[in-house]
Design a protein around this ligand. Structure first.
Ligand code: V47
Ligand code: SF4
Length: 377
């Protein structure tokens, strides 16, 4: 179906999208700043259905944040704590085992592990987190650590990033989540997360992970001090690395949640902004197979709408999420598989359970096997 639009500049973009041609930085800006939302949604939906048909993916997973004690003070973060804070906590090995077994009992195929940078814990402590999880339930895929953590481990051990990643893989690491990306622009980073790993480090870690055969995700934190030009620059930097490595699986636009943060005076992005980011991401990241609408962060109804604005994945059952709930998320702290199915079907899509690597999950209660890959790449 050819779209006819009144603005010739947007029409030119629509023609390129329909012809599967790559969009430029300037075209990205036009999409972000000047394109009517309905048109954006229609265009993003063309790409979404071209890549993933009518399917919407989810997985059965749990989150584990082994400690909230953190040496950094990112201004958008409500999760971190100082060592002596009342809310500071650190998991013991027994707590790790209990959490993993709870996930296994609920049929989880994935555990998502990220946390703070605890200045009293050694690299071996973090390595042990992965090892204990893996030894407790070897069949659960461990998706763990951001480049911020990997860089911290490299700093602590004075060893290269590649060595750190190899140690983690040996302990049981299966892939890496997309966190720590925030906004890559250096000026914006200085304002919201000064001192922590910069964009060069972020890309270095993901590039090295891809070279080692690990798949990873990518995120972008929007709706704080950044402008449209920073968001488009962020997406294009990701597109560049993906051209080189093909190691990214999915992109997750993350809406800033201001409650209990140093940036609490900034209003939370509204649904129109959320849908706009979903669609712009789908259109600019032409070499990413998947765009994720993280329901925990967006809320269930926005996640449902997002499935027609470029997204083809809604993340997982996500038992025990803390980062967004500390920052004011009102969503439940987890969802059952039946609820995920209802949510996807109500949005007019077909639910498909996937594992972390986007293979179809063939389930028999809490047990599962994996089938074919959901996508060509
Ligand atoms: O890096 C922290 C963000 C990220 C806030 O890869 C906040 O599958 C909004 O990366 N408001 C961690 N965002 C979460 C993350 C993630 C989530 C789901 C799936 C995957 C995946 C990755 O959360 C952090 C930061 O960018 N964040 N605080 C906040 N107040
Ligand atoms: Fe620490 Fe991560 Fe929070 Fe930054 S976002 S303060 S690195 S826990």
């Amino acid at each position: 179906m050819a779209l006819t639009l009144s603005d010739p500049r947007i029409q030119a973009i629509a023609d390129k999208v329909q012809a599967s041609e790559r969009l430029s930085f300037e075209e990205g800006l036009l999409l972000d700043e000047q394109t009517e939302l309905h048109t954006l949604g229609q265009l993003a939906n063309i790409v979404r259905e071209r890549r993933n048909g009518n399917f919407a993916y989810y997985n059965t997973n749990i989150h584990l944040n082994p400690t909230n004690v953190c040496v950094y003070r990112c201004r958008f973060c409500a999760f971190r704590a100082d060592l002596k804070d009342e809310k500071a906590y650190t998991f013991t090995d027994d707590m790790l085992r209990t959490r993993v077994l709870e996930g296994r009992a609920g049929g989880a195929t994935e555990i998502h592990v990220v946390g703070g940078l605890h200045h009293k814990k050694s690299f071996d402590w973090y390595l042990n987190v992965v090892r204990v999880i893996h030894e407790t339930c070897p069949e659960i895929h461990i998706k763990a650590w951001t480049p911020v953590e990997i860089n911290w481990f490299s700093f602590m051990t004075k060893k290269p990033i590649r060595w750190v990643l190899e140690q983690m893989v040996e302990a049981g690491l299966g892939s890496m989540p997309g966190g720590g990306a925030e906004i890559f622009d250096e000026d914006v980073r200085r304002q919201i997360c000064e001192h922590k790993a910069d964009s060069d480090v972020w890309f270095d870690v993901h590039r090295t992970a891809h070279e080692l055969g690990l798949r990873s995700n990518a995120t972008m934190l929007y709706g704080h001090v950044e402008k449209a030009k920073h968001r488009i620059d962020h997406l294009l930097r990701l597109r560049d690395l993906q051209d080189q490595t093909r190691g990214f699986q999915t992109f997750i636009p993350l809406a800033f949640h201001p409650d209990n943060t140093e940036l609490a005076d900034i209003p939370k992005p509204d649904i129109l902004f959320d849908l706009r980011m979903m669609a712009v991401s789908r259109l600019m990241l032409d070499n990413f197979d998947h765009i994720k609408a993280y329901w925990i962060m967006l809320g269930e109804q926005t996640a449902q709408l997002a499935l027609s604005y470029g997204a083809d994945d809604i993340d997982g059952t996500v038992i025990h999420e803390l980062i967004y709930h500390d920052a004011g998320a009102k969503t439940p702290e987890g969802m059952t598989v039946d609820q995920m199915h209802r949510l996807i079907r109500e949005a007019g899509r077909i639910p498909v359970e996937r594992d972390t690597l986007y293979r179809r999950v063939i389930r028999n209660g809490r047990n599962w096997t994996v089938g074919e890959h959901t996508t060509a790449s």
